[in-house]
Design a protein around this ligand. Structure first.
Ligand SMILES: C[S@@+](CC[C@H](N)C(=O)[O-])C[C@H]1O[C@@H](n2cnc3c(N)ncnc32)[C@H](O)[C@@H]1O
Length: 252
């Protein structure tokens, strides 16, 4: 999901106020709705923008090349910040990188002497760099450690699936994955972890696939065709990264 809000020198989100938004599914490194987002931000000479989900810097690069403006790029993933250090050097004085959460945007920027900006963009979800790296543990299509932490700190997806009670696990899978087989999946996870802790994406995906086969779903439902593990992985990622609370804080 992508969203952009452009204002004339107003306080960044987190300090109150509404937003103008557009949205579409996040689908990796090529930023969604690039033209619409840049049009909404309306890059101008001397203006200051915040890319609150820097990732592969698709929006940031477009802003920097569209006008002689300044961009503050925020990402909670240390890898995303490191990956863009060359870009920051290329745009020295115009691109500033900040490792942190967009929910803390107001404080992060105020600490750096910035109290008003001209526009903010958020492109929610995970980047293709995160999904494509099995070591980050987001993907069910490749085996890797069951991690899913954008920040590389805190409770991992493995910590979660190996510790929470069955009913809580089912609630998470239902609420954040809209998975109607959540109770069956939670039961299977709890049974599997009693045999051995679930530590890899591959094992978790297999556990889910075994009980949430397309046969168990209505033939009429569109998600009959997606990998049965999709919704469970999405739910765990949202829970591990506290994504909805982050969004509320970011837009608050
Ligand atoms: C969909 S990608 C952004 C892609 C980016 N627009 C581009 O052009 O490459 C989402 C990025 O936002 C970061 N992210 C997600 N939630 C965040 C948060 N609450 N605060 C800061 N960064 C966040 C992720 O680490 C990831 O790098």
């Amino acid at each position: 999901m992508a969203a952009a809000v452009s204002r004339r020198r107003s306080k960044p989100p987190g300090s109150g106020g509404g937003t103008g938004t557009e949205s579409a599914p996040a689908n990796g490194h090529t930023p969604v709705l690039l033209d619409s987002v840049i049009a909404a931000l309306d890059p101008r000479t001397g203006a200051v923008y915040v890319d609150g989900t820097l990732g592969g810097a698709g929006y940031t690069k477009a802003l920097l090349s569209a006008a002689d403006c300044i961009v503050w790029g925020i990402d909670r993933d240390p890898d995303a910040i490191a990956r863009n250090s060359d870009l920051a050097a290329q745009y020295a004085g115009r691109l500033h990188l900040v490792e942190g959460r967009f929910g803390d945007m107001q404080t992060l920027l105020a600490d750096r002497g910035l109290n008003a900006v001209d526009g903010v963009t958020l492109d929610l979800g995970v980047s293709s760099m995160q999904i494509d790296d099995p070591a980050r543990g987001f993907a069910f299509s490749q085996d890797g450690p069951l991690d899913m932490r954008m920040e590389k700190a805190g409770q991992s997806a493995a910590d979660l699936v190996n510790s929470v009670e069955e009913t809580e696990l089912a609630d998470i899978i239902y609420a954040y994955g809209e998975e109607r087989l959540s109770r069956r999946i939670a039961r299977a996870i709890v049974a599997a972890r009693a045999e051995a802790p679930i530590e890899t994406t591959g094992r978790l995906a297999d556990i889910v696939r075994a009980v949430a086969t397309p046969r168990k779903r209505s033939r009429k439902r569109p998600d009959n065709k997606i990998d049965p593990a999709t919704r469970t992985f999405q739910a765990l990622r949202i829970q591990v990264n506290d994504e909805l609370a982050e969004l509320e804080r970011g837009l608050g």
